[in-house]
Design a protein around this ligand. Structure first.
Ligand code: ADP
Ligand code: ZN
Ligand code: ZN
Length: 746
């Protein structure tokens, strides 16, 4: 009898099933199995063997799901690495690695079937044979321009798009106009699957500037000479994307696959479109906004592809079955969204990409204007290759940055609401020149709340140790940790003062004030509370890029990757709360964020202006931002990290214990600390401490931190940690204790 160890999407290792007579299975096959009495799961065959397990009733595998293995050998090796490095089970890796539809249970078993994934088709337009002749095209265009301007515009769209065939969604003109052009024999329309057979590629690439060419050569050289990972450090607007494009084209031309990782897909619609204009139908987008069926279909299609695929996707795309993967590009590599916070696997897609480069022989390029210190140090010490671009493309120059002292402004009476006079003057001037303005308000740890003016009482979440955030528009109080929502009260429960005061301020307040100061300006706001749907998000972006709005107020969201050409002024309302954050990465993050925000200003003809409001203009980080001196920031921060033994000079693991009962969790934490100190040495274990927010959803939290030297074996440390945890969790009183392990926390 044959047996199969099968990975199921559960927080458990593998489960053993019997392989029925006559069923052929290979490792990596997806199968359907019964679990418990009624449930069915999709599982992945991990190991086939003849060792009968010693439990009585062994279930048989129901059926095999696809005619070829869903998870290749290379992918399986990757899953194994993620599970062991980030200390989770293969089942947890499976949950992140496979699209939802491929791991359903019970009821929707039908959707598992291969036939359910219909390859999607799209309409494509191209010039007809006769218009391929340049002369003929220009004659017809001339004629249309005079007689049928709309048809002229449509034809121009197709003719000038730098691609063979233009997908419908990239054409603005109406279908009736396009149909008229088809009738005239100028256009041909075909409907097909985007990833039909790729012909011999001929991409129309942008011409590179000198600096871009040099950077490209440096990267190619580093890869040629055996380097597996390289850093492209280029200031905002230097044209990193153009350099990527060349590297991508080269790999695709020789039939290799490319993966371009981007931080958050909603913000990168522009990037995807730019890539589609060059690489056309080869571009596969992979992100959470796709329908589940589309994701599954992309996964399945890629697993069968012979190469030449180009995926643009978020974090989880690192798990896509690209069989001939040769290049991974991680754009904005410093972005913390590459690390999955919840649930396990708490993996970093960037670090996984680096691991893949060196274990699987592909190349990984990390790109950023403000790389993480980990990456920067690796480039500095020669472990990674490196290329730099220190100038913006074309005539564009970096913006002029002003630090504006809020305290002084207040003393002099030069402050109105949350705005210093300097910023208001700059905004007024920009609006006068018909330029746009972006205002940035970081709200983490500084969100609006209600307070009693008499006793200082503040509404708090009943389940978590935090104040509730006040949403004026909805008149609600919301817990940002557990989602607990109540109608805003007007009265203090203790002293019964009516009219609680709104304190703190977020983007909503900024929007309200700026609209009052500049009543003629069209103001919009972009933040996570406001933008609940993809369409709403896109509408705000579209309005701003078409200059239908003048001022855009937002959080972190507005700092990433947008390319708006008419932004003259960027304002940062309060840099202080970025700098005061207790996290050891706070200074690095503040520098990155402020530099990215500043980078939104003045991308084309005129030099942009950035006003950063702060009560501490002498702060070294702000000075480094002012001088755009990444090197100074990096050296200064690295010196501190070395002194205090923090990454990149140490590798951290956070352990968070939680339990309904406070004494239990406190006892468990100190017991675990003692056993870890015995195994790992006293200096390597810190804590336990109660974290700043020590109660969430009614459970109490305690934290431990492990610090391990980079040179010592991570595998060994993980093994010792696992032993300590297993011993702890076997004790009866800790049966309902949860321990969260976060390796390399962000
Ligand atoms: P980065 O990603 O480094 O911030 P981008 O790649 O977005 O910079 O480039 C900034 C702007 O300059 C974009 O609008 C881009 O189209 C333009 N640009 C950069 N390099 C070139 C080039 N070689 N040819 C044409 N346009 C370019
Ligand atoms: Zn009160
Ligand atoms: Zn809560």
């Amino acid at each position: 009898m044959r047996y199969a160890d099968i990975v199921l999407p559960l927080a458990q290792p593998t489960y053993t099933y019997a392989v029925p007579e006559g069923m052929t299975l290979r490792e990596g096959d997806a199968v359907s199995v019964q679990f418990g009495l009624r449930k069915y799961y999709t599982g992945i065959v991990w190991r086939l063997h003849d060792e009968r397990p010693d439990f009585k009733r062994i279930k048989e595998v129901e059926c095999r799901l696809y005619d070829h293995p869903l998870v290749s050998e290379r992918q399986r090796a990757l899953w194994e690495w993620v599970a062991s490095y980030y200390m989770c089970t293969l089942g947890e890796v499976m949950r992140s690695a496979l699209p939802a539809l491929m791991k359903p249970s019970a009821d929707n078993r039908a959707t598992l079937l291969e036939e359910a994934f219909q390859p999607r088709t799209e309409r494509y337009y191209r010039l007809s044979e006769e218009l391929r002749d340049e002369q003929r095209l220009s004659d017809e265009m001339d004629r249309l321009e005079r007689r049928a301007p709309k048809q002229y515009a449509a034809l121009l769209e197709v003719a000038s798009a730098e691609m063979e065939e233009v997908p419908r969604r990239l054409i603005m003109s109406d279908s009736t106009i396009l149909n008229a052009l088809i009738k005239k024999g100028f256009l041909v329309c075909e409907e097909h699957c985007p990833a039909a057979e790729y012909g011999t590629p001929s991409f129309r690439l942008p011409l590179l500037s000198m600096h871009q060419m040099e950077a490209l050569e440096a990267l190619k050289k580093s890869f040629r000479e055996g380097g597996h990972t390289a850093l492209l450090q280029g200031i905002t607007g230097s044209g990193k994307t153009e350099v990527y494009i060349y590297l991508i084209a080269e790999v695709l031309s020789r039939g290799g696959d490319v993966l371009l990782l981007v931080p958050e897909i909603a913000l990168t619609a522009q990037l995807i479109e730019r890539m589609e204009r060059i690489f056309g139908a080869r571009v596969t987008a992979y992100h959470s906004k796709l329908t589940p069926i589309r994701r599954a279909e992309n996964f399945l299609r890629l697993s069968r592809s012979k190469g030449g695929e180009f995926v643009v996707g978020v974090r989880s795309s690192i798990f896509l079955p690209l069989n001939n993967l040769q290049l991974i590009i991680v754009d904005e590599e410093h972005d913390s969204s590459y690390k999955q916070a919840e649930p396990a696997p708490r993996y970093s897609a960037r670090d996984t990409a680096v691991y893949m480069a060196y274990s699987m022989g592909c190349h990984t390029l990390l790109g950023s204007a403000t790389p993480s210190l980990e990456t920067w140090l690796n480039a500095e010490t020669g472990r990674y290759g490196r290329a730099e671009m220190t100038e913006r493309y074309g005539d564009a120059v970096l913006p002029k940055i002003y630090l504006s002292d809020s305290r002084r402004a207040a003393q002099r009476g030069e402050r109105q609401g949350h705005f210093n006079k300097l910023l208001l003057d700059k905004i007024e001037a920009a609006l006068g020149r018909n330029e746009q303005v972006m205002l940035f308000q970081n709200r983490r740890g500084f969100s609006p709340y209600l307070e009693c003016p008499t006793c200082g009482w503040t509404p708090r979440c009943p389940h978590c140790n935090v104040t509730l955030t006040y949403h004026k528009g909805r008149n609600q109080l919301v817990c940002h940790y557990c989602g607990h929502t109540v109608q805003a009260m007007t009265q203090c429960p203790t002293c019964q003062v009516v009219d609680l005061m709104p304190m703190g301020f977020g983007t909503e307040k900024v929007e309200e004030q700026i609209a009052a100061i500049f009543p003629e300006a069209r103001v919009a706001r972009l933040d996570r509370d406001q933008v609940t749907s993809e369409q709403a998000f896109q509408a705000i972006i579209d309005d701003f890029s078409a200059h239908r709005t003048d001022i855009l107020v937002g959080t972190q969201m507005i700092t990433k990757g947008f390319d708006f050409s008419q932004v003259g002024v960027v304002g940062v309302l309060n840099a202080d709360n970025l700098l005061l954050n207790p996290d050891f990465r706070a200074s690095e993050r503040a520098f990155q964020l402020l530099t990215q925000v500043a980078g939104r200003a003045g991308r084309r003809d005129r030099q942009g202006e950035v006003v950063i409001q702060t009560s501490d203009p002498t702060n070294p980080i702000l000075q480094q931002v002012l001088n755009a001196d990444f090197g100074a920031m990096a050296r200064c921060q690295l010196a501190e990290r070395r002194d205090f033994f923090y990454p990149p000079y140490a590798r951290l693991t956070y352990l968070t214990l939680r339990h309904r009962d406070r004494p239990t969790v406190v006892r468990a934490a100190s017991q675990l600390a003692t056993s870890l100190r015995a195994k790992l040495g006293t200096q390597r274990v810190l804590g336990p401490i109660a974290p700043a927010i020590d109660r969430i959803r009614g459970e109490y939290l305690m934290q431990l931190m492990l610090k391990i030297e980079p040179r010592s074996s991570r595998a060994r440390a993980n093994e010792l940690l696992q032993q300590a945890l297993t011993a702890l969790l076997e004790e009866k009183e800790y049966a309902t204790l949860h321990v969260k392990i976060d390796v390399d926390p962000q």
